[in-house]
Design a binder for this molecule. Structure first.
Ligand SMILES: Cc1cc2nc3c(=O)[nH]c(=O)nc-3n(C[C@H](O)[C@H](O)[C@H](O)COP(=O)(O)OP(=O)(O)OC[C@H]3O[C@@H](n4cnc5c(N)ncnc54)[C@H](O)[C@@H]3O)c2cc1C
Length: 112
């Protein structure tokens, strides 16, 4: 979640693994690819109906932030940062965050 790029540009959108929606903590991304494809398609459908052609599908990233997928990826947001600190510390902290606390931690690790 912390490394997602801007998802839309004039005439296009990034979905699934192209954007980086993989839940790396679970190595699962099929559901994320399907969900973001659906959200982008719904935004594109609305744009076509409104005869919009060359603007950005801003409704898609907004819909993503309201979705269960955002909640899921938010809970796993620290995974990659912890694992980059080494196998032992990473395994300990990911286990603490994901198994003991169910991803409900108050801190967010940032990277450059
Ligand atoms: C080893 C491994 C195990 C995994 N296990 C699971 C799991 O158990 N459960 C789970 O949910 N997820 C799992 N994942 C993750 C999951 O596979 C991906 O998150 C998901 O497939 C992403 O879907 P996608 O449609 O975004 O991308 P992809 O599935 O990568 O689809 C992209 C498609 O675009 C095609 N393509 C690329 N370039 C072009 C081009 N120029 N023109 C035309 N076509 C092109 C590719 O050939 C590919 O078929 C696993 C991944 C790996 C690597």
């Amino acid at each position: 979640l912390m490394s997602l790029p801007k998802l839309v540009f004039p005439g296009g959108a990034l979905v699934g693994d192209d954007a980086g929606f993989l839940n790396a903590a679970r190595i699962k991304g099929s559901h994320a690819a399907i969900k973001t494809g659906m959200l982008a398609a719904e935004a594109a459908f609305d744009a076509v109906q409104a005869v919009r052609t060359s603007d950005e599908l801003t409704a898609y990233p907004e819909a993503f932030k309201q979705s269960w997928l955002y909640t899921e990826l938010y809970k796993a947001r620290n995974f990659k940062h912890w694992m980059s600190k080494g196998l032992y510390l990473g395994t300990l902290m990911v286990g603490l965050e994901q198994k003991l606390m169910g991803g409900n931690v108050p801190w967010t690790l940032h990277h450059q």
